[in-house]
Design a protein around this ligand. Structure first.
Ligand code: MRU
Length: 375
């Protein structure tokens, strides 16, 4: 990753700053105290930025990866080769980018789609440049589409919560991890729904968890909520059950890294505990995710690969970035995600509408996807 960092106070909530030929990623490890952008010059810089959590959140990872390679393609001085050679050059780089983090399907989904586009371009054109051009344009469209998709998720989510109000005028919602502007190209998924509920005037309060061990909640979600003047309270992850028992929240909404065909959902570690607690207290539990987070190739969540991260995230403060806090010599288990079974999920809010359960209490996600694709 290039060492030259760019200080920029204006785009405090913009994790991805892109214009053709140049990409800067907001170094989320430094938030909320410092706003520092890192220059990303190629796929290798992109890989490290994703691995090291400069950029994180399923949609943001996919877009940052795609754009890091777009920047490399724009700035290639010479490429000696055919259109097919250009397509396989890009395919290899995409495979490498996919290896940075395994759980979020958005990254491999983006890589598959981009590979298809380059293969198609190579089948109709003979110059390598035409393939690079097709790749760059497709990667740029992914950036644009994400914000529109998040706004649509927000709007469907707000209607969904509005219909739950009954006699109450306002609702309080608990969220986990960071699923906002920082985790996407802008606006956010689950946090986008909270933004939309607030914009509609029906949000009493948002509660966000700290999200141990990396503290995406206290560092990033709290930052976004304060930035947007949304009434909000931070809680320790372990306070969630007590918060629900006290009747303080009427809904839970989280993002997703991968939704299997039956609705089982991988998301930030601790999501499963929240879903169990919500079920016990009779509180609706929603997942908000773009359809790029759906993986119809997996029948259930059992085969989702869960990333395990460094023990340092628990042994040291600030999610591994600070001083030692745990006893030397203790062993650590640090899965970054868990899988929430579909039976604990009330609905999946997508950019094409809310996927609800049939009478048999099942999600027909494939049926939903086929229907919206046909429209
Ligand atoms: O490890 P992270 O910070 O990348 O984990 C992020 C999450 O689990 C989010 O909830 C998910 O990616 C959805 S972001 C819109």
């Amino acid at each position: 990753m290039a060492n030259n960092s760019i200080h920029n106070e204006i785009h405090a909530l913009q994790s991805i700053c892109y214009k053709r030929g140049s990409l800067q990623l907001l170094d989320q490890r430094k938030l909320p105290l410092e706003t520092v952008y890192l220059d990303i010059k190629n796929a290798s810089d992109g890989w490290f930025a994703i691995k090291e959590m400069v950029v994180r959140g399923a949609p943001a990872i996919a877009i940052a990866a795609a754009l890091s390679l777009a920047v490399e393609a724009v700035n290639l001085e010479t490429f000696q080769g055919t259109a097919d050679a250009a397509a396989s050059f890009l395919a290899q780089k995409l495979e490498y980018l996919v290896s940075s983090r395994p759980t979020a399907v958005n990254l491999s989904d983006a890589a598959t789609k981009l590979k298809e586009i380059t293969v198609k371009a190579a089948s109709t054109r003979s110059e390598a440049n035409a393939v690079f051009q097709a790749y760059i344009e497709a990667a740029e469209i992914m950036l644009e589409d994400d914000v529109a998709s998040n706004k649509a998720i927000g709007s469907y989510g707000a209607s969904c919560f509005e219909s739950q109000l009954n006699d109450a005028k306002k609702i309080s919602i608990l969220t986990h991890c960071n699923t906002g502007s920082l985790a996407t190209a802008g606006y956010g998924t689950a946090l986008g729904v909270i933004r939309a509920v607030h914009a509609q005037g029906i949000l009493e309060k948002a509660y966000c968890t700290e999200t141990r061990p990396f503290n995406q909640g206290s560092r990033l979600t709290a930052f976004e909520l304060v930035h947007d003047n949304i009434p909000a309270t931070l809680i320790a992850d372990s306070a969630a059950a007590a918060l629900m028992k006290a009747g303080c929240v009427q809904g839970v909404i989280v993002g997703a890294d991968r939704v299997a065909a039956n609705g089982d959902t991988a998301n930030k570690i601790g999501t499963y505990s929240l879903a169990v607690c919500a079920k016990h207290h009779g509180i609706p539990f929603y997942v908000a995710a773009p359809l790029t987070s759906v993986d119809l190739s997996l029948p259930s969540g059992e085969s989702i690969v869960i990333e395990e991260r460094s023990p340092k995230e628990l042994l040291n403060s600030r999610g591994g970035l600070g001083e030692q806090v745990a006893a030397s010599g203790i062993s650590v288990w640090n899965p970054a995600f868990d899988v929430t079974p579909a039976n604990l999920i009330s609905g999946i809010i997508t950019e094409k509408g809310v996927i609800t359960k049939s009478k048999d209490e099942d999600f027909d996600i494939k049926g939903f996807v086929l229907k919206v694709v046909a429209q």
